[in-house]
Design a protein around this ligand. Structure first.
Ligand code: PLP
Length: 307
């Protein structure tokens, strides 16, 4: 078991501890922005495995197979996902595990940060649970930032094969040392204390998701899939590309869309290019219904004014 100052250092230390120059790390797109940069900083090469809205932004076994080479060291899985909210079912993980069993050089880092934010009674599964034969090459990570709203306490943790955990501890001992003992005690309380608020919280997020998905799908030119988890939506703005914003400028990309929306309506979204899949954008709905209704109303007004 490794305990680090947040989920971020868990992943970064893993990459630092294991990558040699030229080693490849398969990162499905859209990805959490930090993964490719962490791989690059550690001297590795991110290899992007594309997904599409049609497959719910989930990696298909054939696409995983295509991305793997003899140089592949890791696959990073993140379910539920930041930025798409997509979550894998047991059967979907089973199919990916079958591919991974054929490639013993590939280790799996599974980022389970949003484990407790799953909707519509979907059950959470992680790959080492689905295929115990992958145990010896899986790092399962989590943290208290999301489910316990303890981002500032900086605690993330991971379980995996002992030699790997020892290497991660070596990297950590030369950088941050241990996370603060005060935060560690707080995290122990969070994990061992009453958990009864987690389900009602997820329910609240589900209601927010439904509100945002419904309002965005009423905006002309946007198409918003319904995600299974986390607190993000990843709508397509393809219908607005090539059209003219109220400023008179042409919207040529999701970056232009985000900039024009910010300028016209004061709503900040993150453009899809940052997550490696365009033309989309990400909205975090970890805020109140009042703010969300106001923001989505403004997005509708903006889209309605695009010609
Ligand atoms: C997918 C994912 N992994 C890991 C983290 C890391 O969180 P922290 O470093 O706050 O524990 C985040 C935070 O945004 C995230 O979205």
């Amino acid at each position: 078991m490794n305990v680090s100052p947040g989920g971020k250092p868990v992943i970064f230390n893993t990459m630092m501890a294991t990558l040699n120059p030229g080693d490849e790390v398969v990162v499905p797109t859209p990805y959490w922005v930090s993964y490719p940069d962490m791989v690059l900083l550690a001297g590795g090469a991110p290899v992007f495995a594309p997904t599409t809205a049609d497959t719910g932004f989930k990696l298909r076994p054939a696409d995983l197979e295509k991305a793997i080479t003899p140089k592949t060291r890791w696959l990073i899985l993140n379910s539920p996902s930041n930025p798409s909210g997509a979550a894998y079912t047991k059967a979907e993980l089973r199919a990916l595990a079958d591919v991974l069993l054929r490639h013993p050089q590939v280790w799996i880092l599974t980022d389970d940060m949003y484990e407790h934010l799953l909707f519509d009674d979907m059950e959470f599964w992680t790959i080492a649970q689905v295929e115990p034969a992958l145990y010896d090459r899986t790092l399962t990570m989590n943290g208290v930032s999301k489910a316990y709203a303890m981002t500032g306490w900086r605690i993330g943790y991971a379980a995996g094969p002992e030699p790997l955990i020892k290497l991660m501890a070596k990297v950590m001992s030369q950088s941050t040392s241990n996370p603060s003992s005060i935060s560690q005690y707080a995290a122990v309380e969070a994990l061992n204390g009453p958990q009864d608020f987690i389900k009602p919280n997820a329910k609240l997020f589900q209601e927010r998701r439904d509100l945002v998905v419904s309002m965005l799908n009423q905006a002309s030119g946007l198409k918003c899939p319904t995600p299974e988890g986390a607190f993000y939506v990843y709508p397509s703005c393809e219908g607005l590309i090539g059209k003219t914003a109220p400023s008179g400028r042409v919207i040529g990309s999701d970056k232009d869309f985000a900039n024009e929306l910010l300028e016209a309506e004061g709503v900040a979204v993150v453009f899809g290019e940052a997550f490696g899949l365009s033309p989309f954008f990400r909205i975090s709905y970890a805020t109140s219904n009042t703010v969300l209704e106001d923001a989505c109303g403004r997005i509708q007004r903006f889209c309605g004014a695009v010609r």
